[in-house]
Design a protein around this ligand. Structure first.
Ligand code: C2O
Ligand code: CU
Length: 457
């Protein structure tokens, strides 16, 4: 079993990705500039790693906006090769989604814009070039994208102080300190070293009695089963796509690749603990890993404990006669016996629809992510999900042999030319074709829509 427990000295202060300042346009919209480019980083002491980053050499800045904001971006591609930048978890017009069809050629700039219209959530961005997503994310293109609304102010929100992003990624290094991938294995690369926000061997000093951590599993394949070494519990306050209605107290939370959770942890002055991932046996959550040492200062800013209602958003409910679609994940890493085809439309969904999607996993371990949608887990093998999994999500772990039923709410924007994706977020599986495409169309026109895209695309 892989483990790094006991191997770290926790000597590097945790890096906090900078908050990207927008320029405010004359119409009040917020404009952000992102440049994807190569660079070098030092992770392992004394060794230099070739990396990619956004506005820097590894990972990207945090973007933070509020519901109702109009946002626009310039995404400049200086990587020297084609890529894309996808807004994972964002509800937006399909052409702005940054999926495999919105390619950005080397030296080109892509300029998407949309209105933020979804509840408070911790979303993220990463490339989505078909067949290359694993490599582009692994090299370092990823960042956090935080959405606030009135509900999110009930929680610690002082970025970098009591509201801390934790982008957790595992890596394999060569002896001279370069990243290396192992795409021959069943799940893709499972690294034996951990980076948090691009920091190896990290510690964090906290100065508040309550700290909100935004956990993002930004790894290619590994799942983390997070908990603290002193056995302390924490409050889960949010799932991928929104806050929970009420906090749920837990000692462990597992996140598969692409999933997020917001947790609030209480500290007493002088506390010391380690955030660790606890092995769940074979497969993608195998091995114990120290993630981050946390030291509480000798004096802490007191904050009012979290209690009562968090999200005021109604849980996603589907109508009685909701369309039900079934997706079978197979041993060959296909969905419904098909591999991804950029020209083929697999599903046509009325914009704004609420549907039941049923995912059967007859393959190995997988998860399932849907673009431009949020869902609630209805049941797993007929059992209601745990309390902490009942919020809004966009990515769900689907164990081997399990059937997961989802109540899905789709975005409102139609587009006949730009399909949206659903896929396994183990990036090797996704790259190898474990992905399908759907169009969002004007309700009532579903049957007239061609199931292939025009050749020119
Ligand atoms: Cu995080 Cu289709 O992606
Ligand atoms: Cu998979």
């Amino acid at each position: 079993m892989k483990s790094n427990v006991g191997e770290l000295d926790f000597e590097q202060p945790l890096k906090i990705p900078e908050l990207l300042e927008p320029t405010i346009e004359s119409d009040g919209s917020k404009h952000f500039s992102l440049t994807m480019k190569p660079g070098t980083s030092e992770f392992l002491p004394g060794k230099t790693t070739d990396t990619w980053g956004v506005n820097g050499s590894y990972l990207g800045p945090t973007i933070r906006v509020s519901r109702g904001d109009e946002v626009s971006f310039d995404v400049e591609n200086k990587l020297g090769e084609i890529s894309t930048l996808h807004w994972h978890g964002m509800m937006l017009p399909p052409v702005m989604d940054g999926g495999p069809h919105q390619m950005i050629e080397a030296n080109d700039t892509w300029s998407p814009y949309w209105e933020i219209d979804q509840p408070a959530a911790t979303t993220w961005y990463h490339p989505h070039l078909h067949g290359k997503t694993a490599q582009h994310v692994y090299q370092g293109i990823a960042g956090m994208f935080i959405i606030d609304d009135e509900d999110s102010e009930k929680l610690p929100s002082n970025y970098g102080v009591d509201d801390i992003p934790l982008i957790v990624q595992d890596k394999l290094f060569t002896s001279d300190g370069q990243f290396t991938m192992n795409e021959d294995s069943a799940y893709g690369t499972l690294g034996d070293e951990i980076l948090v926000n691009g920091t190896y061997d990290p510690y964090l000093e906290v100065t508040a009695s309550q700290v909100r951590f935004r956990l993002l599993n930004g790894s290619n394949a590994r799942a983390y089963n997070f908990g603290f070494t002193d056995g302390r519990s924490f409050q889960v306050v949010g799932n991928d796509a929104g806050l929970l209605n009420e906090p749920v107290t837990l000692e462990r939370i597992m996140l598969s690749p692409g999933e997020r959770a917001e947790i609030v942890v209480q500290f007493e002055p002088g506390d010391e603990t380690i955030l660790r991932s606890y092995s769940r046996g074979a497969g993608i959550a195998n091995g114990n890993f120290d993630i981050l040492k946390i030291n509480a200062a000798s004096e802490l800013t007191e904050s009012t404990p979290i209690s009562g209602q968090l999200s005021t958003v109604e849980p996603i409910e589907v109508p009685e006669d909701a369309t039900l679609r079934e997706f079978t994940l197979t041993l060959k890493n296909e969905i419904n016996d098909k591999l991804m085809d950029m020209q083929r439309i697999d599903e046509v969904v009325p914009a704004g629809a609420k549907e039941i999607w049923v995912i059967h996993n007859y393959g190995s371990e997988h998860n399932f992510h849907i673009h431009d949608a949020a869902f609630r887990v209805l049941d797993v093998d007929g059992n209601e999900p745990e309390e902490y999994e009942r919020g809004r999500k966009d990515t769900v772990y689907v164990p081997h042999g399990a059937t997961v039923r989802l109540a899905v709410e789709f975005g409102n924007h139609t587009d006949l030319n730009y399909p949206l994706m659903y896929h396994c977020h183990l990036l090797k599986h996704e790259d190898e074709g474990m992905m399908g495409q759907f169009l969002l169309v004007e309700p009532g026109t579903d049957s007239e829509v061609p199931m292939t895209l025009p050749e020119s695309d």
